[in-house]
Design a protein around this ligand. Structure first.
Ligand code: EPZ
Length: 438
């Protein structure tokens, strides 16, 4: 449900190609883990390039709730001091809404050998098991119990372990890495996730004095140290926010210079855009995407990094729904990540989902409708569809999008897109004689 009377709707008038430049913010999924990890020292840590989005603010609110002192030096820079943590039981309503709450478990267990954290919420994109987190904590010597929706982990002592992840999991890789940085001896994590944000968290922990090698490969080696110390660290640019604006250029037939990015992190995203007929120009810290005429069909399968990211799957689905010919998308990471398809069909797309594959028949274009953002990335993808659609589109529940995109509507307006936030949608939808969906 939309938060009461908040500006929780977008009105988008489509048909204008997005042109110009956009600067990308810090990576949400790196920042969430780094914020949690910063409390592992009693000294003050300064973190720069933290995106100002709902998820990072929820994480910081939860941290303040257990006594962590946080000072915002500016919109994207925070000073954190974890020396006054009074208890290790996180219990703010807010934290239940974000999946990354479990990072506090790894950080508190790693520092205090005890943590109690509500089980993660997050987007409804499929079952979000935590068995690999539990497996890793137990391997390090912790007792883990789950009661009343709260996971509790305690350990007399954390000992090194050799852990083989049964699945490639970003969250569990980061969580176990955090819990092991001050464990006795050498811990090895095999079949580790290699995402850029896994590397960013490892680099952050090493700048605090940890001894982590191999992050970014599938074997990470952690040599336990006695304590961690202060540091100043800047979060990497957000690969998925960058990818979203790259696909915005393709979907609206425009051209956008996407600044403050690491092109290496965008390789699979760029490769698929080139297959669709877009032109990509790479610079040291920017990429330029230009789209001329009809996109071409192609096939995509989401995979762990460096494969095509699951967090870009909805955005690719929107682009392929406008491409010439038939395309397929296979979602191999989550089992419920096609929730945008129903909304897109109401805008004129021709897609059918069979199991974890979407078969997409390109259409000439979309038409406006009253739709809902089903989750964070699907919501962002539907905004891109609305920007390409004929007429006006009304989008509910945009709080999902604000979980991971800072100033999303403003960045789109600065690129020439016609989008605005509003609290009241019903009057406008009725006036447009659209079918009201809620
Ligand atoms: C992180 O989620 C991201 N969230 C997700 O981004 C992203 O989609 C995902 O990684 C994959 O890249 C954050 O970083 C906060 P996983 P996470 O553990 O850690 C299975 C967004 O849009 N699995 O890598 O929860 C799981 O079911 C969000 O920003 C287990 O089986 O993802 C899934 O199939 C959405 N057991 C696969 O692994 C476990 O213990 C990958 O999940 C953990 C995961």
């Amino acid at each position: 449900m939309s938060p009461k009377n908040e500006l929780d709707h977008y009105i988008v008038n489509g048909g204008k190609p997005l042109m110009g430049e956009v600067s990308i913010g810090g990576a949400k999924n790196a920042a969430l883990a780094i914020l949690a990890a910063s409390i592992m020292t009693d000294e003050t840590v300064t973190i720069e390039n933290v995106p100002d989005v709902r998820d990072t603010n929820a994480m910081m609110e939860a941290m303040e709730g257990i006594g962590v002192r946080i000072k915002r030096l500016d919109r994207h820079t925070v000073e954190i001091n974890g020396s006054q943590v009074e208890n290790v039981n996180i219990d703010t309503e807010n934290i239940r809404k974000i999946r990354a709450s479990y990072y506090l478990l790894g950080a508190l267990l790693g520092k205090y050998r005890h943590a109690e954290v509500p089980l993660p919420g997050g987007c409804d994109i499929g079952s979000r098991p935590i068995d690999q987190h539990v497996k890793g904590f137990k391997a390090l010597g912790a007792k883990v119990s789950i009661k009343g929706g709260v996971m509790k982990a305690t350990a007399e002592q954390l000992l090194s372990a050799h852990i083989y992840m049964d699945v490639v999991t970003v969250g569990a890789t980061i969580n176990v890495m955090m819990a092991s940085v001050m464990a006795e001896g050498k811990t090895i994590i095999e079949n580790a996730a290699k995402e850029p944000h896994v590397v960013d968290v490892a680099n952050f922990l090493n700048s605090m004095g940890a001894n982590i090698k191999g992050a970014g490969t599938d074997i990470i080696r952690i040599k336990g140290v006695d304590r961690l110390h202060s540091c100043t660290y800047s979060v990497i640019p957000d690969q998925i926010e960058a990818g979203t604006f790259m696909y915005a250029a393709a979907i609206t037939g425009g051209n956008i210079l996407i600044k403050n990015v690491i092109p290496k992190h965008l390789e699979s995203i760029s490769a698929k855009l080139e297959e669709m007929g877009c032109h990509i120009e790479e610079f040291d810290d920017a990429v330029k995407v230009s789209s001329f005429g009809k996109l071409q069909s192609t096939n995509i399968k989401t995979l762990p990094y460096p494969g095509f990211p699951t967090d870009m799957q909805p955005q690719a689905g929107v682009a392929l729904a406008l491409a010439e010919g038939v395309s397929t998308i296979t979602e191999s990471i989550f089992e419920n990540r096609f929730k945008y398809v129903d909304e897109l069909i109401r805008m004129g797309a021709d897609i059918r989902v069979e199991g974890n594959t979407a078969i997409i028949e390109g259409t000439d274009g979309f038409s406006g409708a009253h739709i809902q953002a089903p989750d964070l990335r699907a919501g962002a993808a539907l905004v891109l569809a609305a920007l390409a659609a004929d007429g006006t589109t009304y989008i509910d529940d945009i709080h999902f999008i604000e979980r991971g995109y800072e100033d999303f509507d403003k960045k789109i307006r600065d690129l020439g897109g016609d989008i605005k936030k509003t609290a009241d949608i019903k009057t406008a939808v009725k006036k447009a004689k659209y079918k009201l969906i809620s």
